[in-house]
Design a protein around this ligand. Structure first.
Ligand code: SAH
Length: 234
């Protein structure tokens, strides 16, 4: 059974977009996953198919109506989790990506304007996910990010599964630096150890690099790593 993504959006033309190319695009052609983008406006009200209205309490902007969003969701809920993309959601991380990729697929709800009426989020107990601490103009690009991260983990999508194993975040550390030919470029040599052929020494060097870069750049990840590995030297 292939992994199924349904996106509810005012801009279905934005899909599959970049996900029709490269790794994800090939996987889609092979039937490993499928993507359906649905026009929320089909459930809009009146002659103009209105989907939004002004916020109660006043203020700038418009809010997507609970009744319209609810009708759009009615059309496509099944056993898949329903995720609403919102800056107020839990931060997307590799752990939640792995969990979503291991399931049957996902239904993604893309906000626009000021966002979505809170009542439909609560009534349907939707999972709120954010892709980071910044504001996008709509949930579509966030949905593309989430889908990209999930699809590459589906069985058969990435050539060598170990490349997913070693990546940043897989073990709670950022990845070590990579080098390829030429061995010397513009007066810069690659680290000698990588040319040594000593696989144990290379693995140890890479782990040390991972730790150093995580400690320097991401004190939050480093603290979590140290807490989970009491023997690690701080
Ligand atoms: N007024 C809202 C922002 C609305 S942005 C606030 O301050 O929280 C419009 C839509 O873009 C949102 O409904 C959401 O679907 C999407 N969006 C914006 N930033 C996002 C982020 N960091 N992660 C996920 N979705 C985001």
């Amino acid at each position: 059974m292939s992994w199924r993504a349904t996106v509810i959006t005012l801009y279905p033309e934005m899909f599959p977009g970049p996900l029709g190319q490269s790794l994800a695009g090939r996987a889609m052609e092979q039937g490993i996953w499928s993507l359906e983008a649905r026009q929320m406006r089909e459930h809009g009200l009146g002659r103009h198919r209105a989907v939004d209205d002004t916020p109660f309490g006043g203020g700038a902007g418009m809010v997507l109506r609970a009744d319209v969003v609810d009708a759009a969701l009615n059309d496509c809920v099944d056993e898949r989790p329903v995720v609403v993309l919102t800056p107020r959601g839990a931060p997307l991380d590799q752990q939640s990506v792995r969990r979503l990729a291991a399931g049957p697929g996902v239904v993604l709800l893309c906000g626009r304007f000021e966002g979505i009426d809170q009542r439909v989020i609560e009534a349907r107990n939707l999972t709120e996910i954010s892709i980071g601490d910044y504001i996008l103009s709509g949930g579509e690009t966030a949905a593309l990010v989430l889908l990209d991260a999930c699809v590459r983990l589906l069985p058969g999508v990435m050539g060598a599964m170990e490349s997913a194993e070693e990546e940043s975040f897989s073990h709670g550390l950022l990845e070590y630096p990579h080098y390829t030919r030429p061995a010397e470029w513009n007066g810069r040599a690659v680290p000698d150890i990588l040319l040594s052929g000593n696989h144990a020494a290379i693995a140890a060097w890479r782990l040390a690099q991972s730790k150093a870069i995580t400690r320097a750049r991401r004190p939050d990840l480093w603290a979590a790593h140290v807490a989970g590995h009491p023997t690690t030297q701080v």
